[in-house]
Design a protein around this ligand. Structure first.
Ligand code: BGP
Length: 476
């Protein structure tokens, strides 16, 4: 097939396509010690993923208040509804439900908060999608048990899920077990609640931790089917297509090896067994995991759909002289010289989204859900005709270009259920722990020093997304 045989895809998306936005509890809620909530790992990460955690909570942690969604969720959900959202992806803070993670009984006040959020979504006809664990392991589970390196975590997580499924199972259809499961290898504290500094952890520790998450995910998938037969359980993968830097076969093979690093977890979630290339990697590197017969059986409870975040692609080279790390390339790889980057060095590649969608669909044959995509930027609040707004044409451009590629992938035959843009309202950034890296259609007046009114303002992209949704993608 030569490229000339394709015509650009046009027109509306499939009927019922779920348009919306996504956030995570620790990045929006605030109220970090209210409503019976216990501390989570986020409460000791005032400066984001690059710094060592603090001993206890410190006042310079913007997540203590975040954007005060805990008190303003009604207003925020009303704004999402005004944009026309069909779905809203949010996470439940584990430490609001089980303050210490290993408590015998859940915290009713925490459950009541999410029940109110669901009421509000129902009022506006917005489908909820819940991330069960989004970078917010209860701090006690990290400190007392060592996070996911410890097999005991599986039972704590199961108990937490059992409570969520029993309380909310009749109201929530879409569930994601772990946000960006593959990131445990790269950010063990953030993603796996593992307090040991990364340079003191062996690869065996990291893969064992991820193994525990995979088993936990599979076990609760089984549980979900028993408690809520209508539910759809998805995995969530940090997607980053890897291109060879040159056509040299050494680079092609190196790109394949790096790509396997992300495929592996989708393979296990979707096929229920460890792939051969990963077992070989374990053998060749002396990595020996404790995998029981029961684990193997549990893993056969595969997911219903595959969700993923997509922000950028990377290039890969076998040449040590060219192995320079790009700012955004946390999963490996080198910067691609053909691409532009965001202010944070995340390389912008809309076509990579089409590539990854085709790849995942062909590989797993499970419906896809794009649950994160967007551009972090330093927005400027301005006044136009007496109304405060942000002229974020760069965001409109980024999102338009990416959604055009989603339409291309749909035309290629990819089955995709929906799209939730990341940080549909400005949130505290996961990597920088600041507010100045903004993603939203809605501007939140809060600055990196904590000042600001917390008022919400519609950016230009708000109206743009509203049109995209009301035309079901035809205006792209
Ligand atoms: C993903 C996380 C999100 C989110 C996003 C953007 O990895 O799942 O929590 O924050 O990246 O990252 P950042 O906030 O660092 O720009």
């Amino acid at each position: 097939m030569s490229n000339a045989t394709f015509k650009p895809a046009t027109g509306a998306f499939p009927e019922g396509f779920l348009w919306g936005g996504a956030t995570a509890a620790n990045q929006v809620e605030g109220a970090y010690n209210q409503g019976g909530k216990g501390l989570s790992i986020q409460d000791v990460m005032p400066k984001g993923i690059t710094q060592r955690p603090s001993e206890g909570p410190t006042e310079d942690n913007l997540k203590q208040v975040a954007i005060d969604f805990y008190n303003r969720y009604e207003e925020d959900i009303a704004l999402f509804a005004e944009m026309g959202f069909k779905v809203y992806r949010f996470s439940i803070a584990w430490s609001r439900i089980f303050p210490n993670g290993d408590d015998a009984e859940p915290n009713e006040e925490g459950l009541a908060f999410y029940a109110r959020v669901l009421d509000q979504l129902e009022k506006h006809g917005i489908e909820p999608m819940v991330t069960i664990s989004h970078y917010e392991t209860p701090l006690n589970l990290a400190r007392t048990y060592g996070g996911w390196t410890n097999r005991a975590m599986i039972a704590f997580y199961e108990r937490y899920c059992e409570v969520l499924f029993e309380r909310f199972g009749s109201r929530v259809k879409y569930w994601l077990t772990f946000n960006e499961i593959n990131s445990v290898l790269h950010e063990p504290f953030l993603s796996g609640g593992i307090p040991t500094p990364k340079d003191e952890l062996s690869e065996t520790d990291l893969y064992q931790a991820i193994h525990h998450e995979l088993v936990a995910s599979a076990r609760v998938t089984k549980l979900a089917r028993a408690i809520m037969p209508e539910a759809k359980i998805g995995c969530m993968i940090l997607a980053m297509p890897v291109y060879p830097l040159t056509p040299h076969p050494d680079d092609v093979v190196k790109a394949m090896d790096t790509a396997h690093g992300s495929y592996a977890f989708g393979d296990i979630h979707c096929r229920g067994t460890y792939p051969g290339y990963l077992l070989r990697y374990f053998r060749d590197n002396g990595i020996e995991l404790n995998i029981t017969e029961q684990d193997r059986e549990d893993l056969t409870n595969t997911v219903d759909f595959v969700s993923f975040s997509y922000y950028m692609s990377v290039a890969e080279t076998a040449d040590p002289a060219k192995q320079i790390k790009g700012a955004g390339n946390i999963m490996g790889g080198v910067p691609n010289p053909t691409l532009e980057a965001s202010e944070w060095g995340w390389q912008i590649d809309p076509q990579g989204l089409r590539v990854v969608m085709n790849d995942y669909w062909e590989r797993w044959q499970k419906p896809l859900f794009i649950v994160e995509n967007g551009i972090g930027a330093k927005d400027m609040l301005v006044e136009v005709d007496g109304v405060k707004t942000v002229a974020d044409d760069y965001r409109i451009q980024y999102m338009n270009d990416h959604l055009v590629q989603v339409r291309e992938a749909i035309a290629d035959g990819v089955d995709v259920t929906g799209y939730t843009s990341w940080g549909c309202i400005d949130v505290v950034s996961a990597s920088t722990a600041q507010l100045s890296k903004r993603y939203g259609f809605i501007y939140v007046d809060r600055n990196d020093d904590g000042s600001g009114t917390l008022n919400r303002y519609k950016k230009k992209s708000f109206g743009w997304y509203q049109d995209v949704i009301s035309s079901n993608g035809a205006t792209l």
